[in-house]
Design a protein around this ligand. Structure first.
Ligand code: ZN
Length: 212
């Protein structure tokens, strides 16, 4: 089973929130910690769609908006359910050409940093057909809710991550990766330029981790 991100021993700052009336309308952070205009952006080949559980939006350690500002080809949708894949990704997209980040734990560790599994659950070697990835932004429990409410997730390929290092957020479990870390790892392993993922890690540490 996966581990809840609020387990004892995990970073206590995960619960801190920006008060709604003080939040920047773009990044949902306070004036002092606003990240807008502070980062470079990169055009990746893969599109990135972040589906954010509404309870995550104002969390100070949340990294979805930062990922969104760094990745030109990305968007954040806040909600609990979306009727179908095309409503989220666009009419011309096919779920079979997309992957969803699937954070699992337990079982033997793979030596590969990430693996992509097709709908038939078989691992895929060639992932060059992928056009985009979907990442769920929320605790394990919130992500489970999103899976439950959006059965179309099952139509996407699954991307599992096996990070070499624990999260910068101070969690030891690999499934405790923040959203931006998970996206960076996935992009890196799916062939995007390393400069993009290293920049994402770097800015996450500077603008989010150190601001709390
Ligand atoms: Zn802002």
């Amino acid at each position: 089973m996966q581990h809840h991100s609020n387990k004892p021993g995990s970073d206590p700052r995960v619960h801190l929130k920006t008060s709604k009336h003080q939040a920047c309308p773009e990044c949902f952070r306070s004036k002092e910690t606003c990240i807008c205009g502070k980062v470079k952006s990169f055009a990746t080949h893969l599109r990135v769609i972040i589906l954010q559980h509404p309870q995550e939006q104002y969390k100070l350690l949340n990294s979805a908006r930062l990922a969104n500002q760094i990745l030109e080809n990305s968007k954040v949708l806040v909600g609990l359910s979306w009727p179908n894949f095309k409503g989220v990704a666009g009419e011309n997209e096919q779920p079979s050409n997309w992957g969803i980040l699937y954070l699992k734990s337990g079982g033997p560790q793979s030596s590969k940093p990430c693996r992509v599994f097709g709908r038939n659950k078989k691992p895929l070697d060639d992932t060059s057909f992928l056009r985009g990835i979907v990442a769920l932004d929320g605790s394990w429990k919130q992500a489970k809710t999103l899976w439950w409410r959006n059965p179309w997730f099952l139509k996407l390929n699954r991307i599992t991550l096996n990070p070499a290092h624990p999260s910068l957020r101070g969690q030891t479990k690999q499934e405790g990766l923040s959203t931006i870390e998970a996206i960076a790892l996935a992009l890196n392993c799916l062939g995007e330029q390393k400069a993009v993922s290293s920049y994402m890690f770097e800015q996450y540490e500077q603008l989010i981790i150190r601001s709390v």
